[in-house]
Design a protein around this ligand. Structure first.
Ligand SMILES: Cc1ncc(COP(=O)(O)O)c(C=O)c1O
Length: 482
């Protein structure tokens, strides 16, 4: 029996629950008291016999990881109900424990907050890898293999990095050439950690529709891959997988770390949803992914007729993008004569809710669960916008991102110091205690332990004027070391 089947059997048995959780699966009482509102209390279990234990899985949860390893072709797999965020913490910590204390880690600058937090917690010293930039809003492109090759160096002395951490695909769907990156890390003997939070669908979908979906990171040779199931596949929010191959696949330390970074009472609703997601892929993956590929082909055909609207695809070939996940549709609002928020409003008025709007772009996410009629509606609304008479807006005049200054203290050490807060202008030359971020493109401008460069305040002002204030200031002030 799978985990989900065991949960249903237990629910049907209806024995009196003298155990956690406190709601006692008494949905009827809660529905009465809350005036009709209800949650799936009836399936919210604890570690009852047969339901295994996520902290040390030996039974139905271990079967679940074996099925996931089979689907994604990994050698070991661990479940996360703390999203990819918890998975990335566990993955980085595992790599850190294989390296010397305070070792360096190569981190693509567009890595997610969770990776930077892990670097801080693990006391690692980050060495930054700059991804390419696309022409659209300076969004991050792929990580060029040459950049990694340069950073790894050719001398043995450099080969002490705890890991190389990259994001592929990005939030916007930009994939890096994982095979090329993995060839380099393998030669250098450094584990390649890929944050594939937005690409759990790629491996199974590219097997069914290789002409549409680029391959996933595991087939490219990555050593640890972290995937959110909830972002692009049919699973509840917070569900994620950590896969290992090669040097890390004995899994011992990774299993320990996967347990460290989540609660000891994981939600069985979330675990059950992982089971159901895998069952869907096993039984219906072919149909779901071929239909998705058909819908995306329909979108691409419509895009060929758009006269004005440009999307990330149009920036693909010449601007540092190795491959794109076609499931993401990033629209250049300015090409329609609109700002990002105005385009999002028009879409909403047409019954379409986008994933995000930035000053000049809107991101739409598709999945294998979209309804045909919703895609038809989207194409109709976009077609109308494309035909409206409106002059295109010039792209926002974003100055190039300032480079990250060299770290004078590792983040994990800088955050131990006493702090004070200063206006950014007055903080020039001080050591930052905070992370400062630029969205878009979603990269750090300062890490704790880096000295505030003189050009940063003017740059931040310019960005604020363009509608993208830097993030990480507290009431407009930067936290710096005393
Ligand atoms: C690139 C990337 N990595 C990791 C995460 C964290 O994923 P989760 O929300 O599953 O914790 C996100 C979330 O937005 C993300 O965009």
């Amino acid at each position: 029996m799978t985990l989900w089947e065991r949960m249903q059997t237990l629910a049907a048995e209806g024995s009196a629950p003298f155990h956690m959780p406190g709601h006692k699966r008494n949905a009827a009482l809660l529905r009465d008291l809350l005036g009709g509102a209800t949650l799936p209390y009836g399936l919210d279990f604890t570690e009852l016999p047969g339901l295994d234990n996520l902290q040390a899985p030996v039974d139905s949860l271990r079967d679940l990881t074996a099925r996931a390893a089979e689907i994604w072709d990994s050698e070991a797999c661990f479940l996360s109900v703390g999203g990819s965020s918890a998975g990335l913490l566990a993955a980085v910590r595992t790599c850190a424990l294989r390296a010397a204390p305070g070792a360096e880690i190569l981190v693509a600058r567009n890595c997610h907050l969770a990776v930077w937090r892990a670097v801080e917690i693990c006391g690692l010293r980050p060495v930054i890898l700059e991804p390419a930039r696309t022409g659209l809003l300076g969004l991050c492109g792929s990580l060029p293999p040459e950049t990694l090759a340069r950073a790894l160096g050719t001398d043995g002395a450099k080969q002490t990095f705890a890991a190389v951490a990259v994001t592929s695909p990005t939030y916007e769907g930009v994939c890096s050439d994982i095979s090329a990156l993995a060839a380099l890390t393998r030669r250098a003997g450094v584990p390649l950690l890929v944050d594939e939070a937005h690409g759990a669908h790629l491996s199974p979908a590219s097997r069914i529709a290789p002409e549409m979906f680029p391959p996933g990171a595991l087939s490219g040779g990555a050593d640890i891959v972290v995937q959110s199931l909830h972002k692009t596949l049919p699973a509840l929010t917070q569900t994620a997988l950590i896969h290992a191959r090669g040097v890390l696949s004995d899994g011992g330390e990774l299993a320990r770390q996967a347990a460290f970074f989540q609660g000891t009472s994981p939600s069985y609703l979330l675990l059950g949803s992982i089971d159901l997601c895998l069952t869907l892929l096993e039984r219906h993956g072919r149909t779901l992914f071929s239909r998705w590929a058909d819908r995306l082909a329909q979108v691409a055909a419509a895009a060929g007729t758009w006269r004005k609207l440009r999307w990330l695809e149009d920036f693909h070939s010449d601007r540092g993008v190795f491959a794109l996940d076609p499931g993401k549709l990033l629209m250049d609002a300015g090409s329609l004569g609109l700002t990002g928020p105005a385009l999002a409003e028009r879409l909403r008025a047409g019954g379409i809710e986008p994933e995000y709007a930035s000053p000049a772009a809107v991101l739409l996410m598709t999945s294998c669960c979209d309804r045909e009629e919703d895609v038809a509606r989207l194409l109709a609304v976009v077609d109308d916008l494309d035909h409206a008479v409106r002059a295109p807006l010039p792209p926002p005049d974003f100055a190039d991102l300032p480079p990250l200054p060299p770290a004078e203290l590792p983040p994990g050490e800088a955050v131990r110091w006493a702090r004070r807060r200063l206006p950014l202008q007055k903080a020039v030359g001080e050591l930052s205690a905070a992370y400062l971020w630029a969205y878009p493109p979603g990269v750090p401008l300062l890490l704790p332990g880096q000295r505030v460069p003189p050009e940063l305040p003017a740059w931040a002002e310019e960005r604020a004027a363009a509608g993208c204030p830097v993030q990480g200031l507290e009431e407009g002030l930067l936290s710096v070391l005393q």
